[in-house]
Design a binder for this molecule. Structure first.
Ligand code: BDR
Ligand code: CA
Length: 317
């Protein structure tokens, strides 16, 4: 039985690859709907980009819901410097023909968690946690109904990518992250500690291009665009596929390992807002609230990505 998921996202090139991976993996994952949140770019663009990706995958039937356009308590910070002005820079794709679903993303999350059997819906959260925190705040009865939340966000040994202390998704809305991390829901976290090990190689990117499909061309062009930022910053050769790690966890969990730890979200720090303070050595005595992943079988991950993305077989043009 595939796991039912709601894919909460702020596309973003790596979000796009993550959504394609989910849509290419019906044996393991059934996408009930996509919920867009403001993050990498403003909400109008993330909601548009999510639909572009659904159409690219041949799924114009999938409901895409627009959600929160700003963090709970702060001004929105975006990342056009990483993802480009559209959020999906790298290749020109046609604007979506499919409409947005009428329901607000937060209502969709609440209605789905209430409507499906308790413990049967997983939330995959690869953007700021504003939509999910708002749903939990408005409908606390939905929290124990969640099977698992798989979050791309945070960093500990790897430290921050947007400030010296904080990773982007948590930094954008620390109050939302705190609410979710403190919620008691089962959490699996893919921080930079693992996603910075999920770097594309030139061979893999050219392999995507060689698929000869629109999906392959888009993935290669997106990662080429996205790569330049990390190359300049870290000297890495390759683009980090942050968000696909969250989906890959649901498909092949044996590719990953980590440790169950307590994570507190810093909301007040003058220099450290949005930091995920992971009690890696168990010095606080606080109960673990998540699985904090720090290792990945990189070759296994990329082999699986190739096999799955090759299934989305539209020819270029
Ligand atoms: C995260 O921030 C965004 O830029 C990416 O899409 C990813 O979700 C990495 O810090
Ligand atoms: Ca993202």
């Amino acid at each position: 039985m595939p796991r039912k998921i709601i894919f909460d996202t702020d596309p973003g090139q790596d979000d796009a690859v993550a959504l394609l991976l989910a849509l290419a993996s019906p044996e393991e994952v059934e996408v009930l709907g996509v919920t867009a949140v403001a993050g990498n770019v403003p909400l109008d663009l993330t909601a548009k980009n999510a639909r572009i990706v659904c159409e690219l995958a041949g799924r114009p039937d999938l409901p895409v819901h627009a959600g929160c356009d700003a963090p709970l308590a702060r001004r929105l910070v975006t990342a056009e410097n990483v993802h480009g002005a559209t959020g999906l820079d790298g290749i020109d794709l046609r604007p979506p023909a499919m409409p947005l679903a009428e329901t607000h993303a937060v209502d969709f999350i609440i209605e789905t968690l209430r409507g499906e059997p308790s413990g049967s819906v997983t939330l995959v959260a690869v953007g700021p946690l504003t939509n999910i925190a708002t749903a939990f705040d408005r409908a606390p009865d939905t929290v124990p109904r969640v099977q698992e939340i798989v979050i791309m966000g945070g960093a500990y040994f790897e430290v921050g990518n947007v400030t010296p202390a904080a990773e982007f998704n948590i930094y954008v809305d620390p109050e939302a992250a705190k609410l979710v991390f403190d919620s008691g829901a089962a959490l699996t976290v893919m921080p930079l500690d693992v996603t910075h090990k999920a770097l594309t190689s030139r061979d893999w990117v050219e392999g995507m291009r060689a698929l000869g499909t629109r999906v392959g061309e888009a993935v290669a062009s997106w990662t080429d665009f996205f790569e330049r930022y990390d190359k300049a910053k870290y000297g890495n050769l390759g683009a980090p596929l942050h968000d696909p790690c969250a989906v890959a966890w649901l498909i092949r969990p044996e590719l990953f390992s980590g440790k169950r730890v307590n994570v507190e979200i810093e909301t007040a720090g003058e220099f450290t807002a949005g930091m995920t303070v992971a009690d890696w050595w168990g010095v606080t005595g606080k109960a673990a609230n998540c699985l904090f992943v720090n290792e990945v079988d990189r070759d296994g991950l990329f082999a699986m990505l190739t096999e799955r993305l090759a299934r989305l077989g539209q020819k270029p043009g």
